[in-house]
Design a binder for this molecule. Structure first.
Ligand code: GDP
Length: 196
């Protein structure tokens, strides 16, 4: 697959307004500021395919991109904004849970976490919902360039050990948009999900 050909399709305010549940979807999720937009832009080699919302608490949309006819990337709203009212947080969480559980065409979930702050409570929750619904998960430890190579490897190994406790297919890789680390690993994983 040539991810450079990816283009924006549509935005949806919630999962009830997504396009038909056909083809194959791969979703990207992460805490706000985890580096999700940067990763999507790096993967697709586009400057501003995915844009960051700099206004926490504003209604966040699910953005859909198409790699090829019937093959989509889904940019889920970032979670974990401290400033967001509790009610809004709960609504987002319910909506994410519903999406992970009910979306038949969802093949895999990419969870992005800052390598310096991995596996926060909501990250764990996302992974758990995904594996419980039979989805494969790829965890990307983002901004890997922020750690020296020894610390980077130690963190990778620690998170890989933790990943085993989820009792599902949870792979963990390093990623950096800045230094282009892990981009091939990501595209190979997407290729495998889109293959069948
Ligand atoms: P999002 O909220 O998850 O979409 O995160 P963004 O992609 O907007 O990134 C959040 C912040 O982290 C921005 O200031 C980015 O410049 C920075 N960032 C993203 N990826 C990297 C990376 O690979 N390395 C470094 N050093 N900074 C990054």
């Amino acid at each position: 697959w040539n991810y450079h050909l990816t283009h924006f399709v549509t935005s949806a305010p919630d999962i009830r307004h997504l396009p038909a549940d056909t083809g194959i979807e791969v979703a990207f999720a992460g805490r706000s500021n985890a580096g999700k937009s940067s990763a999507l832009n790096t993967l697709t080699n586009q400057k501003s395919l995915a844009r960051t919302s700099k206004t926490p608490g504003r209604t966040q949309l699910i953005n859909l991109f198409q790699v090829a006819e019937g093959y989509r990337l889904v940019d889920l709203p970032g979670y974990g904004y401290a400033e967001v009212p509790e009610e809004t947080k709960l609504k987002w969480q319910r909506s994410l849970a519903e999406y992970l559980h009910d979306r038949h065409c969802l093949k895999g979930l990419v969870v992005l976490m800052d390598i310096r702050h991995p596996l926060k409570e909501l990250d764990r929750q996302m992974i758990l919902w995904a594996v419980q619904s039979g989805r494969e998960v790829l965890v990307l430890l983002t901004k890997a360039d922020k750690l020296a190579s020894g610390a980077r490897k130690a963190q990778l190994n620690a998170v890989r050990e933790e990943a085993k406790t989820f009792l599902g297919t949870v792979e963990v890789e390093l990623f950096s948009s800045l230094k282009k680390i892990g981009v091939d690993k990501l595209s190979q994983k997407l290729d495998s999900w889109y293959r069948d």
